[in-house]
Design a protein around this ligand. Structure first.
Ligand SMILES: Cc1ncc(COP(=O)(O)O)c(C=O)c1O
Length: 391
């Protein structure tokens, strides 16, 4: 059983089938370069425009506000470096200790290479950011160019009060970016907010990162939604595609895949309540049957398919191996940090002791995971931890 969808999920068959004509030649093929002026190119440009329009509808924004990228890392880099470099406000960035490396390292680059200062907001022990703390940080640093706060954590699943945080940033006139890589396909990630086409609903931020491979599109396809009027310095220079914001021949099939996968996920939004029920069965089962095990992150404000724990007294990697031997594939947290010896900075930021943080195990559940599946996984976790205790 594959329970690591936060690392990546399989490409959906409907998505593969939707992409196919935009990769192939022959009668049905729409493989052209959208910048070519001949018929083959024009057909590709039309397909790209249609995919972008569908994405805009799903993301509650205008087509011109969608910048297609090669995945979530690029979207985060473009948001943070692009908005900070274009800002005339100053050289200060506000972020959190809970961010994915794509955000944290982009902020690190701005500090190291360009002399930006940064403020890391405090968080609660379940990983929430208080909008009041953001207001204070903004008041203390009027030269802030950008705020970047994740929509939800890949490691601990906590969902932030992003619309409230966005309102605080907006009141201060500072652009705010959110990494919605883990929530797209599960929660509402429309741009929304004042001036947005999504109406008052949606996140209300100025920029949103998404990555297709977390919800059924291929790896290496993503998007940054950038609210019209937000100054953005491009990182990739060349032919001026994506309205000059991201040069490079557009990945037409990738754009079709992204739109198709996001539409399928939106149409299945009734799954969210069922997913959350199965997740809660898993959490309750593990907490009640494995002595000492505890949930990391927020119980209440949580991605519907995410359950993460520490198993004090075990070695996290050993639990993973024992689970894999029992047919359960999961991870210790961030796929990027997996295999490293240091405890996760995100877990340390929750106040968890380093030796306990090293026992982290994360289960991220696929669409269609049921309460019965949860019962089976709980049995295997109990068994795996008991096997380790006997050693
Ligand atoms: C929260 C978050 N942001 C960004 C990324 C990076 O996305 P990608 O793998 O598409 O580069 C990931 C991937 O794990 C993620 O979980």
């Amino acid at each position: 059983m594959y329970l690591d969808t936060a690392a990546t999920a399989p490409v959906r068959r409907e998505v593969l089938e939707a992409m196919w004509p935009y990769l192939a030649g022959g009668e049905q093929g729409v493989f052209g370069n959208p910048s070519s002026t001949h018929e083959t190119g024009r057909r590709a440009a039309d397909a790209l425009a249609a995919a972008r329009a569908e994405l805009a509808e799903l993301l509650g924004c205008r087509p011109g506000e969608v910048v297609l990228t090669a995945g979530g890392t690029e979207a985060d880099n473009l948001a943070i470096k692009g908005i900070a470099l274009a800002s005339t406000r100053g050289r200060h960035v506000i972020t959190t200790a809970l961010e994915h490396e794509a955000v944290a390292e982009s902020v690190g680059f701005l500090s190291r290479a360009l002399g930006f200062r940064s403020t890391v907001l405090p968080n609660t022990s379940d990983g929430r950011i208080d909008p009041e703390a953001l207001a204070e940080a903004l008041a203390a640093a009027p030269d802030t160019a950008l705020v970047s706060i994740q929509h939800a954590s890949n490691e601990i699943g906590t969902v932030q009060p992003i619309a409230e945080l966005a309102a605080v940033a907006r009141a201060a006139g500072v652009p705010i970016h959110t990494d919605a890589v883990q929530t797209a396909g599960w929660l509402d990630v429309r741009l929304g907010g004042p001036g947005g086409l999504g109406g008052p609903d949606g996140l209300g931020v100025d920029a949103i990162s998404i990555a297709g491979h977390k919800f059924g599109a291929p790896k290496g396809v993503g998007a940054l939604v950038v609210r019209a009027g937000t100054p953005l310095e491009p990182l990739l220079h060349g032919g001026g595609q994506e309205r000059g914001r991201r040069s490079g021949t557009e990945n037409v099939a990738g754009a079709v895949a992204l739109a198709t996968a996001l539409r399928l996920a939106r149409d299945e939004s009734r799954d969210v309540a069922a997913a959350a029920a199965a997740r809660d069965a898993l959490i309750d089962g593990i907490e009640s049957r494995v002595a000492g095990a505890f949930l990391t992150g927020s119980r209440e404000h949580r991605i519907p398919n995410h359950a993460s724990f520490c198993f004090p007294g075990t070695a996290g990697e050993a639990v993973l191996l024992e689970l894999e031997r029992r047919g359960v594939t999961c991870s210790s947290g961030s796929a990027c940090a997996a295999g490293r010896d240091e405890p996760s900075p995100v877990l340390l930021a929750l106040g968890i002791a380093p030796e306990v943080a090293q026992t982290a195990v994360r289960f991220t559940l696929p669409h269609g995971f049921t309460v019965d599946d949860a019962a089976l996984v709980v049995d295997r976790v109990v068994d795996a931890v008991a096997a380790l205790a006997r050693r």
